[in-house]
Design a protein around this ligand. Structure first.
Ligand code: URP
Ligand code: ZN
Ligand code: ZN
Length: 467
């Protein structure tokens, strides 16, 4: 089976041109002006992309699907989350494996792999969460890297007593990561400070979702970034700071980079379009907007978009972490400290970046592709197979209609979560046709592919580096 995308405006992180794209089976084999269909096999599927953008498949480098967390489990499974991803134009994801403090890394890796194999409809990879790190865990982690394709770790400086890592283990892990040439992705907030602030606020009767942000202010995040950068400077490890929510945290990372630290910065869409006032909504609705680091003042949007535009922030992910409002978020009615953290965004990310980034004049289309696809591929060893439209790349393509206008709405979501964090907000643009390795898998927001048609991505740093 082959596919020809004709008459589209092909936009990558470095080019913007009117060319046709042809894929023989799973791989792009021709990119030319005006490919003549009569030269192609009879069964070639032809898609007219006139007045449409043709993007490389988008990559979400930060999602949670199977997530046992704060006394409950995130509500999506691999099938629902990846169908939602594809409907929104995301053809590859990297999921965080988040074991608990007693879980062995090898068992966690096996469990998450089985779940993804059984259900994932888009292509996937993992960041291996490191929580337990005793001698047995260290041996298993090394084995997972050397023999099972693990190419990035995830650590939490936050979530005291649940997921956080001690400084002793952080240092050991960073030395191992440097030795094995592995990226460490990190949630940077000072866990002790957050815990102390939470206890103080709740004891004063400040227990609603609006107190979540004051319990973990920007300074707590900047301190976490600083801490991680210090350890990276000492060990030489490459670090990737996830869900950076404010300009000060980006600035701290950039200062470390200027001093020689190998640091890459991610933002996630909730921090780019929502602000702390959403977590202040009445009737406990603010709980829908509790995530960590928290939503900040609206002024931070400008600082983050500017950093994306200047490419100091390399990637835009989602931190998709779907917990129902009814039955999960409401576990924290008596204290915001028990509201499961997270905002679902896996389906909405691309349209949010197009609407509030490109259409708002904050970034151009090439920067959109760079931050939502190409840099994730480069950073995590998937480039140029993913994140690019080039001969030899996987035929992961998004035919995007920039003129489509409908507001975000929960009823359009393929995720299982019971609310849309962006309900009623303006949406400009839509992934009209989504192609995964040469097959059409989504059309106009609906999944039309095979079940469990995703594949694990083989990652290789020898061909791919951040730029
Ligand atoms: O609030 C968030 N971010 N929830 C998911 C877990 C994490 O910290 O990434
Ligand atoms: Zn996090
Ligand atoms: Zn996360």
């Amino acid at each position: 089976m082959s596919i020809l995308i004709k008459n589209g405006r092909v936009i990558t992180s470095s080019e913007d041109r009117m060319v046709d794209v042809y894929a023989d089976s799973e791989t792009i084999t021709r990119i030319e002006e005006n490919i003549d269909p009569s030269t192609l096999p009879d069964d070639t599927q032809i898609i007219d992309a006139r007045n449409r953008y043709v993007f490389p498949g988008f990559i979400d480098p930060h999602v949670h699907i199977h997530l046992p967390f704060m006394g409950t489990n995130a509500i999506d499974d691999h099938e629902s989350a990846t169908k939602a991803a594809l409907a929104g134009g995301t053809t590859s994801i990297i999921e965080m494996i988040c074991p608990g403090p007693d879980d062995e890394p090898a068992a966690a890796y096996g469990q998450w792999s089985e779940l993804a194999k059984a259900g994932a409809c888009c292509d996937w990879s993992f960041h291996l969460g490191i929580v337990r790190f005793d001698d047995l865990a260290q041996r298993q982690v090394r084995d997972l890297v050397e023999h099972h394709g693990v190419r990035s770790f995830k650590i939490f400086l936050a979530y005291k007593g649940a997921l956080d890592i001690s400084d002793e283990n952080l240092f050991k892990l960073m030395r191992l990561a440097k030795e094995l040439d592995i990226v460490i992705t990190a949630h940077c907030e000072n866990a002790e400070a957050v815990d102390a602030m939470q206890q103080a606020l709740v004891s004063e009767g400040k227990s609603g979702p609006e107190w979540h942000e004051p319990s973990r202010p920007r300074s707590v995040e900047v301190d976490g970034v600083n801490h991680l950068c210090t350890f990276a400077e000492l060990t030489g490890a490459r670090i990737y700071i996830v869900h950076t929510s404010c300009g000060d945290a980006v600035a701290r990372a950039m200062a470390a980079q200027a001093a020689g630290v190998d640091v890459i910065v991610e933002s996630v869409v909730p921090h780019l379009v929502l602000d702390s006032s959403w977590a202040q909504r009445g009737d406990f609705e603010g709980a829908k907007y509790v995530m960590s680091p928290p939503l900040r003042d609206p002024e931070e949007h400008d600082r983050l978009w500017e950093a994306i535009e200047s490419r100091h922030v390399s990637t835009i992910g989602t931190d998709h972490a779907p917990f129902n409002f009814i039955g999960q978020k409401d576990m924290g009615r008596d204290a915001f400290t028990r509201i499961p953290n997270g905002i679902p965004s896996i389906q909405e990310r691309v349209d949010l970046v197009h609407t509030y980034g490109v259409c708002a004049g904050r970034i151009d289309l090439q920067t959109m592709v760079n931050s939502c696809s190409t840099q994730a591929a480069r950073t995590f060893g998937m480039y140029p197979r993913k994140g690019e439209i080039a001969i030899g790349s996987d035929a992961d393509l998004v035919i995007y209609d920039p003129t489509h206008e409908t507001p975000f709405c929960e009823s359009d979501s393929l995720s299982r979560v019971d609310y849309c964090g962006y309900e009623g907000m303006e949406r400009r643009g839509r992934a009209e046709v989504v192609v995964l390795r040469g097959r059409v898998v989504a059309r106009e927001g609906q999944y039309v592919g095979d079940d469990a048609g995703g594949r694990e991505i083989q990652r290789d740093f020898s061909t791919s580096a951040p730029s």
